[in-house]
Ligand binder design. Structure first.
Ligand code: MSP
Length: 642
């Protein structure tokens, strides 16, 4: 009943009649563009925890949704030539689609434009007002529309948004304020007392150190645009988008009706950029409204690409739905949970996904599953044979128990990555056991013991893996003739002798060659780069495609007119010991003298071609206007350019 500990004492009696509950939420996403891999990562991690808690027997409420108000959405709608309402109606579908594509088992998808949400926002506002925490004043500040946040001079001394690197807008307007400053002491005390209020500890320390500075009151209304919830006191003002959005966690569980107490307080899963909003802003709103604070604000890191934040202008925004279609939901879920140490940043690449899925999921768990079930079908009439427990079997049995325990501990600390690592270790130990026992060469009794033990271990592994790979796990449990069951029984030898099973190949190894062929038909990035970007209009290539180009430095050692063409020159270029003849359309742009001895950059593995009777063994790299690319300083000839 851990969740009850956070409730004020007068609440305890009221909720004690309920079954144990667990409320977990993702942030609600801005539907200003389509979802990207970061959104997917947050939903997958949250889903893994929600599924784990359900297996533990909790009555789970898992909420996700979209944050649809604010000036950003209003502007995006204008750009799209739509009303804000129509725009968000259409865009939120992509986020629902993402949940469906990735098997996200949410219980509620909340939109901030829904009536039930507006009702909750007004109720919270009124509670805060009743406390005397709302007043009218004037706000002047630097505002980032992208993150819908004001920045102080110390946070953005150069007037540039620290997250989006765009100039902040100066906003001065009449505004209603929330007396957030009042709650500074209470917040510090709460954070210090409750170690699990902010996880991981590094984020907790960051917030505590920011709270050493004076906490200012918060402007909570805007007059300059309309797309939001009007303030009950003054309909010329709309509610600040964060004051509106944060309340989604309460509207999702029925606030202001008292029933909300069944699930409150929550575990909020969020990214590292919005910790302040969820701890300090949300915390003080709740304190003011007399509602207990969230149980935990669980902060994950960012999914990067090539070590950097995904970026529209660089064309590195990954569309998770495309990745799911190319691989599978289970593969993407498995990869993200395994690859990224929860709480830290991690990198996404398809190469790493293929590697982990092929080697850690398929070669380890998938193969064992097939070998053991297939052997049982071939040799034991598709029934679980009777097994005996020897030393090796007892080792596997004890590892099953140990793994269930350690995975559970990691899960309780929300380290989904570490739990998964332990589960995979059980799979590889069981593989080793299978390999050692060689049931195909053993006598029937020993083979039976091996199959009995392996299949039972596979049931344990499957159950523990089910929060990560729900699709394959469901198939696997059916093949083992069993049902999902409970986490607490996951480590027992629950598969009884005589149970009918079937042989199943759960996964298909990812064949990169086959994928490359398919890939030609679909661009990798579903998101187009922003207008004005260097990539506009181009067809996307994969990094491997670029890496296939052999681009090298070279020096022009001879220049002649092409005998049969007015505009072409014949050049000899030394690319580090090898001299290539190149035909180039440089006449009238460079004269021969300028070119002699010049260091250039050439594409060296272009198929040779005859141009007006002369062979060209490569291509000089130049800008559209004919300006040649040249290294900034003299370098060795034949150096590879990447
Ligand atoms: N609408 C606000 C949240 C309001 S919650 C009351 C918002 N939306 S968002 O669409 O920008 O981000 C939604 C979630 O995705 C946030 O938790 C954010 O940290 C997370 N991510 C955004 N980019 C991310 C990555 N590249 N990687 C992982 N998660 C990241 O903020």
């Amino acid at each position: 009943m851990q969740h009850l500990l956070n409730l004020p004492s007068d609440d305890i009696r009221e909720v004690s009649e309920f079954k144990e509950t667990f409320f977990i939420s993702t942030a609600i996403d801005y539907p200003s563009s389509k979802p990207h891999l970061g959104h997917a990562y947050e939903k997958i991690s949250t889903d893994v925890i929600a599924r784990f808690k359900r297996l533990q027997g909790y009555d789970v409420h898992f909420s996700t949704g979209t944050d649809e108000h604010g000036i950003k959405m209003q502007r995006k709608a204008e750009e799209a030539g739509k009303s804000p309402g129509q725009f968000v109606d259409e865009m939120q579908e992509h986020f629902r689609g993402l949940c469906k594509a990735l098997d996200i088992s949410y219980d509620d998808f909340i939109r901030t434009t829904e009536q039930r949400h507006e009702k909750a926002v007004l109720a919270v506002y009124n509670a805060v007002k009743k406390r005397g925490d709302i007043y009218k004043g004037t706000y002047t500040g630097k505002y980032c529309v992208e993150c819908e946040t004001f920045y102080t001079d110390s946070e953005a001394p150069d007037g540039i948004c620290p997250t989006h690197k765009k100039p902040l807008e100066i906003v001065e307007e009449e505004s209603y304020f929330f007396r957030m400053g009042r709650y500074q002491k209470a917040l510090i005390a709460h954070i210090k007392k409750n170690k699990s209020f902010i996880i991981p500890e590094s984020r907790r320390n960051e917030i505590l150190s920011r709270l050493e500075e004076p906490l200012h009151d918060l402007s909570i209304s805007r007059k300059t645009f309309k797309w939001g919830i009007p303030l009950p006191d003054n309909s010329k003002h709309v509610m600040y988008v964060w004051m509106d959005a944060l309340v989604n966690y309460l509207s999702s569980i029925g606030y202001p009706a008292r029933a909300y107490r069944k699930y409150w307080p929550a575990v909020h899963v969020i990214g590292k950029d919005i910790v302040w909003h969820h701890t300090v802003i949300w915390g003080s709103i709740l304190l003011s409204a007399g509602i207990s604070l969230p149980k935990t604000v669980l902060v994950h890191g960012f999914v990067n690409v090539g070590g950097e934040k995904m970026s529209k202008s660089r064309g590195t925004v990954i569309d998770p739905v495309h990745i799911k279609k190319k691989y599978s939901s289970d593969y993407l879920r498995f990869f993200l949970a395994r690859e990224i140490p929860f709480g830290e940043d991690g990198d996404f690449s398809e190469e790493a996904l293929v590697d982990r899925v092929n080697n850690e999921l398929i070669a380890n768990y998938g193969n064992l599953f097939y070998r053991a079930t297939h052997f049982a079908v071939q040799n034991f009439d598709g029934k679980i044979p009777k097994g005996k427990m020897g030393n090796d079997e007892r080792y596997i049995a004890s590892l099953m128990k140990k793994t269930k325990k350690s995975a559970e501990e990691h899960m309780e600390n929300y380290r989904i990555d570490l739990a998964l690592k332990d589960i995979l270790n059980l799979a590889s130990e069981t593989n080793k056991y299978f390999q050692k026992k060689k049931p195909w060469a053993a006598d029937r009794k020993d083979a039976a013991s091996c199959i009995y033990t392996s299949l039972n271990a596979l049931r344990t592994i499957t159950l523990l893996l089910s929060p990560y790979i729900p699709d394959a796990s469901a198939k696997a449990l059916r093949a083992l003739g069993t049902t999902p069951g409970r986490w607490k029984d996951a480590d027992s030898f629950a598969l009884k002798t005589g149970t009918k099973i079937s042989a199943v190949m759960l996964f298909k190894k990812i064949d990169e060659e086959e994928l490359r062929k398919k890939e030609k038909e679909v661009p990798v990035q579903a998101e187009k780069p922003e207008r004005g970007s260097a990539l506009t209009g181009g067809k996307y290539v994969k990094l491997e495609d670029f890496q296939r180009l052999d681009i090298r430095t070279g020096t022009v050692v001879d220049v002649k007119d092409h005998p049969n063409a007015d505009k072409l020159l014949l050049l000899k270029v030394d690319i580090g010991g090898e001299v290539r003849q190149l035909v180039a359309g440089l006449k009238g742009i460079y004269d021969k003298k300028q070119l002699m001895g010049k260091q250039v950059v050439i594409l060296a593995n272009l198929e040779p071609a005859k141009l007006r009777g002369e062979t060209s063994e490569g291509m000089l790299l130049a800008c559209d206007d004919g300006t040649l690319l040249t290294p900034e300083k003299k370098v060795k000839d034949g150096l590879k350019v990447r």
